[in-house]
Ligand binder design. Structure first.
Ligand code: S3P
Length: 437
């Protein structure tokens, strides 16, 4: 297990292109694997998680070519997956296990989906429940992986998501794509909509109605559809950029330019929060590709920013920022007036209990705060000291506290730092090139 020593910095300067978006990479990998033809992807995520999805697609009969220029070519199975020779290994990736379950549930084979110890503890009933309503035959082990699927034809349902989860939405849409009839899905809290854009990009028919008054947003997808391969460039992952956007808030003279950055509105709430916490963001360019916005932004600290009260993140914003909450919490003690995070109980069942680990590490650095069952209340204007950070083998905790360590007094050590590679293998190298010491 690797330990990284993080020395305090005096500023953050430079430009960065973050690797391709993890969420979009998973979806493109899976839809390309099912489609007819060869999909060419530029800037596929370098994280281990989307590579678990690619390996599963290979096990299901797709062929995957990793070109020397970094592009990936996936030749799909034209609608018919084969019986895999062994269990499908989803690694650490909840997205792979949940979304893939929906994608394969109607194929006439027997599948077992397994994962690492962290993934094996995560709840899977949330996808089993709608999929069995569609006629799927799925067994869990105490609500968790291993997931056993006996493929069987599916029928359409009208489903309302009980929790805001893009993974659950995706499992239902992927199953609906191949079911008998038209599946409808309503979500009262809008989650990331990459699946909707990806399905349209691969030629699927899908209709969307935005929320109106008390009516939730609604999606309809006819079953029995075939997909066609695409050529696509995957935008940079804003959840990876989040670490550096937050780092830029820590020093009055920071100057950071991020290009090829994914700015999908269902993911970009972070930019508003950065502005509210004292950042100044300039959008230098923006374009659209297969429904996804890709842009270049510049971030500095706003001169004389004085917050009057703590910034509150509560539902529905919590769901849109779910992956960025660890780093926002880690830098909250340094902000002018602190941060309150509410309605974030989902954070307790991510790759780790992220509320408990954020609390443990903030405490180790000497911060004062209150832990709640569904969030944290963290006063601002605090000074922290370097500490030994327990990442819990959770990529986002390792990276969040590497950022907090930049403004601490004294060095910090991040235990099990290699877990960053789950989403962002280049993280520590990028940090070294941007942090001025
Ligand atoms: C993801 C959705 C979120 C997020 C995860 C990726 C996705 O999970 O935390 O990192 O790609 O759809 P939930 O669907 O569990 O909220």
């Amino acid at each position: 297990m690797s330990t990284q020593i993080i020395r305090p910095a005096r500023s953050l300067q430079g430009s960065l292109t973050v690797p391709g978006d993890k969420s979009i990479s998973h979806r493109y990998a899976m839809l390309a694997g099912l489609a007819e033809g060869t999909t060419r992807l530029i800037n596929f995520s370098t994280g281990a998680d989307p590579h678990s999805s690619l390996a599963c697609m290979e096990a299901l009969g797709a062929s995957v070519l990793h070109n020397p220029d970094g592009t990936i070519e996936i030749t799909g199975v034209t609608g018919t997956f084969r019986q895999p020779a062994a269990a499908l290994d989803c690694g650490n990736s909840g997205s792979t296990m949940r979304m893939l379950s929906g994608l394969i549930a109607s194929h006439p084979h027997t599948f077992t989906l397994v994962g690492d110890p962290s993934l094996t503890l995560r709840p899977m009933e949330r996808i089993r429940s709608p999929l069995i309503q569609m006629g799927a035959n799925i067994d869990l082990t105490d609500g968790h992986a291993p997931v056993a699927i006996h493929g069987t034809p599916l029928h359409a349902i009208d489903f309302t998501t009980p929790i805001p989860s893009a993974q659950v939405k995706t499992a239902v849409l992927f199953a609906g794509l191949q079911a008998d009839g038209t599946t409808s899905l309503s979500e009262s809290i809008l989650t990331r909509d990459h699946t909707e854009h990806a399905l349209l990009a691969f030629g699927a028919t899908l209709t969307r109605t935005s929320s109106r008054g008390s009516q939730p947003a609604r999606l309809s997808i006819p079953g029995g559809q075939r997909l066609k391969a695409v050529d696509a460039t995957i935008p940079g992952d804003i959840s990876s950029a989040a670490f550096f956007l937050c780092a830029a808030l820590l020093f009055p003279d920071s100057n950071l330019v991020l290009d090829s950055l994914g700015m999908n509105p269902t993911r970009a709430a972070l930019l508003d929060v950065i502005a509210a916490l004292g950042g100044r963001i300039k959008i230098l360019a923006v374009e659209e590709h297969h429904g996804e916005l890709i842009g270049t932004i510049q971030v500095n600290c706003a001169p004389d920013h004085r917050a009057l009260s703590p910034f509150i993140i509560s539902s529905p914003l919590t769901a849109q920022l779910i992956d960025e909450l660890p780093v926002l919490a880690a830098i909250a003690p340094y902000t002018a007036n602190g941060l309150i995070i509410r309605d974030a109980q989902e954070l307790r069942i991510k790759e780790s209990d992220r509320i408990a680990l954020v609390a443990k590490n903030l405490r180790a650095m000497g911060a004062v705060f209150t832990e709640r069952h569904d969030g944290l209340e963290i006063p601002g204007n605090q000074s922290l000291h370097g500490a030994s950070i327990d990442s819990g083998s959770d990529h986002r905790i390792a990276m969040a506290f590497a950022i907090a360590a930049l403004r601490a007094t004294g060095d910090s050590e991040i235990l099990d730092a290699e877990s960053a590679a789950i989403s962002f293998p280049e993280f520590f190298t990028s940090l070294d090139s941007l942090a001025l010491r």
